[in-house]
Structure formats: C-alpha cells, structure tokens
Design a protein around this ligand. Structure first.
Ligand code: CA
Length: 231
C-alpha cells in the first residue's frame, strides 16, 4: 500500500469521451496519480501549459484541435512532457510516429486501463530516473547529459524526444554493448513488448536521422543495436 500513498505526479487526460476519461481517472487515482481531465484540444493545450503535468494522455480525435496539433504546439514551445497518444485506429500509429512529435508511446482503443496505467508509470519513472542520473557521457562527437537531458553532436544541440533521449542514453551508458530489440523494449520502454519491436527500429531511425553525420549507433545484424565510436 505504501507505494500508492502520496501523489506520484499529475496526469493530464485529454479525452472527449466521458466513459474513457472516467475510467482513466479511476485507475490513475487508485495508483496515486493526480488527474486532471480536459475534453477539447484547446483546453488540453492550455492545461498542459499551466499545470505542467508529469505526463499527458492525449486522444487524437478531439473537438477544437486534433491531439497531434496539441502535441505539436507544446513541442514548439520547447515542452517535452511525456505524451502517450490514444488512437482509435491502428493505422494512425504510423502517421503519429511519422510526425516526430515526441510521442513517448501510443495505445490503440479499445485499451485496458491497467495497461495505460503501466505505461504512464513507465514514462514518469523514466523522466524521474533521468533527473537523478550522473554527469555527461561522450561517444565520438556526441555528448549526452542525463541531468539537463541535452544532447550535442559536434557541439550543436540536437533536439530529441523523451523516448529518443532515453534510448540513446541507455545505449551510450553501455558503450559497445549490444542490446537486442526486446532488451531495449523492456529496459528503455519498461514494460512487456506489447507495442512490438518495430517501435525500437522507428525510434533508432529517428535518433540516427537527428545525429546525421555524427551518428554513433551501430546496427548489429540479426542481433540489435549498440553505441560506439564511429570507425
Ligand atoms: Ca475522441
């Protein structure tokens, strides 16, 4: 019980279906999270800016403003609060990932509230863990600071989403060590591999694209990925 005492952080739920937001509120509250519900895109954006939640559960189809637009505007503000997208259609997942909005995760409806709670815990834990981590790590021309969550490639700042950062940090913390996709899912994403290993590949590709010429991630064919000094 003691684990559930005290508020673990505020979760902003942006969802226009009352039945879903009620269910999420119930499960999240039971786990010790504070919950604030917004029912439109503009309200969601405004509460995200004023309440500074620990995580946001963001429906895609919302009145007033699409969930992806809410996220885009937050990212434009430099706000990288973890976002867990909720989508009614599986085919929207590729579109969301393709927008590079820093969606930390996504879940398709109908979902199990227990699973949503597990994912919220996971993104919040990762954000808190990173805040207590030690000094910068350098591999090749890439420098990563787990405290400020800044990454520089050849001296220029690189803007990574929360998940991209955690993925790169995990690889760079263990230089040369090869991680399988399943290992990365469990150690970086922090829950059983429900989303599938494609998620890992998509995020690795996004990190690589952002590091460009200074990429330090190596693909180990048939195995997975590692971070090492470029040859
Ligand atoms: Ca909706």
């Amino acid at each position: 019980m003691s684990e559930n005492q005290g508020v673990k952080g505020l979760v902003l739920v942006v969802e226009d279906e009352r039945a879903i937001s009620d269910l999420l509120r119930m499960y999240l509250t039971r786990e010790g999270f504070g919950v604030h519900v917004a029912t439109t895109g503009p309200d969601g954006l405004s509460y995200a800016r004023t309440l500074h939640p620990a995580a946001i559960i963001l429906d895609v189809g919302l009145p007033g403003m699409d969930g992806t637009e809410v996220c885009r505007q937050l990212r434009n503000d430099g706000d990288w609060t973890p976002v867990l997208f909720c989508t009614a259609r599986d085919e929207e997942v590729d579109r969301i990932l393709g927008l590079e909005l820093g969606a930390d995760d996504y879940i398709t409806k109908p979902f199990s509230p227990r699973e949503v709670v597990a994912r919220v815990k996971s993104v919040v834990r990762r954000a808190q863990h990173a805040a207590s981590a030690p000094g910068p790590v350098v591999i090749g021309k890439v420098e990563l600071d787990p405290v400020t969550r800044r990454v520089e490639a050849n001296g220029s700042p690189i803007s990574l989403t929360a998940t991209e950062f955690d993925l790169l940090a995990h690889l760079m913390d263990n230089p040369g060590r090869v991680f399988s996709r399943d290992q990365l899912l469990s150690e970086v994403w922090g829950y059983a591999a429900v989303v599938g290993t494609r998620t890992v590949d998509v995020h690795v590709a996004q990190v690589r694209a952002k590091l460009g010429d200074f990429d330090v991630i190596r693909t180990v064919r048939g195995v997975g990925y590692s971070a090492e000094e470029p040859q």
